[in-house]
Ligand binder design. Structure first.
Ligand code: BGC
Length: 255
């Protein structure tokens, strides 16, 4: 399918630890137009190898327009600044230059993975057009965060690296910690509560959205949380990163 970029269509790619997933997004509904296409994340996941894989996903759709891409770390001025759970070779990478080389000069906008998911969930998902301050936290290998105020993203908040009771939040309560320690939902949720309390004391959100794979099991742990802000589970799971990346490529929710 050859698809021309139009006012309402944009392209997003979500770069994850195991898969690089992309698709064409209708920005008026947040739905994917057609399929979601996935290629395996290369190993080692160096910038050049990942960029080639992203290009493979984009080419699959014969997409000619700008491309939004997620990355699991801090990006400022288009340059990668951190690599907590990925190859350190990423630090200092100019994403537009590295990806542009494989994407034939298409404009590339890169943003943090949790920021992308937050934009998508606030606009189209669990926080559907929720006003005020919405915080999204993703629980996976690490903890990612997004802060959205009245639809506009405050990028690179990195709450996963907040020190909570003498320990980094993501070392205390990431989903990977629960798996490694073989904790019950109840035991793990105690740690998640501590992280949520630290976050809500810092930014006083109106709503907290919890995402990552564990949001599919939300009924097992969200009711056990003891923090004060209302918490809802993310709903876009498979597509949040793609949709948020596409929004960023189109300049929606970012400044
Ligand atoms: C990174 C964040 C990222 C999160 C989830 C953290 O370790 O610092 O930038 O959003 O993991 O991938």
């Amino acid at each position: 399918m050859t698809t021309e970029p139009s006012q309402n269509l944009a392209f997003g790619v979500d770069v994850g630890g195991t898969g690089v997933k992309g698709g064409i997004v209708d920005l008026s509904t947040g739905a994917l137009v057609g399929e979601r296409f996935k290629l395996l994340t290369p190993s080692p996941a160096t910038p050049d190898a990942v960029a080639a894989t992203v290009a493979g996903v984009v080419d699959h759709f014969e997409w000619d327009g700008p491309v939004g891409v997620t990355y699991p770390g801090v990006i400022t001025d288009g340059v990668v600044r951190t690599a907590a759970n990925v190859d350190e070779a990423w630090i200092g990478t100019d994403v537009a230059a590295a990806f542009g080389a494989h994407l034939g000069g298409r404009k590339v906008t890169a943003l943090n993975d949790a920021d992308a998911a937050g934009l998508a969930e606030q606009r189209f998902g669990a926080g559907h057009e929720h006003g005020g301050v919405v915080v999204l936290l993703t629980f996976g290998t690490g903890i990612g965060s997004a802060v959205i105020h009245n639809g506009l993203l405050l990028p690179n908040t990195e709450f996963g690296h907040l020190e909570v009771d003498g320990k980094e939040a993501e070392h205390r309560a990431a989903a990977s910690v629960r798996e490694r320690k073989e904790w019950s939902w109840k035991r793990w949720t105690k740690e998640v509560t501590k992280v949520l309390v630290a976050v809500e004391n810092a930014v006083w959100p109106d709503l907290i959205i919890v995402g990552g794979g564990v949001s599919r099991k939300a009924d097992k742990w969200v009711p056990l949380l003891e923090n004060r802000t209302p918490v809802v589970a993310a709903v876009l799971e498979n597509t949040a990163g793609i949709v948020g990346a596409a929004m960023a490529a189109a300049g929606k929710g970012t400044s």
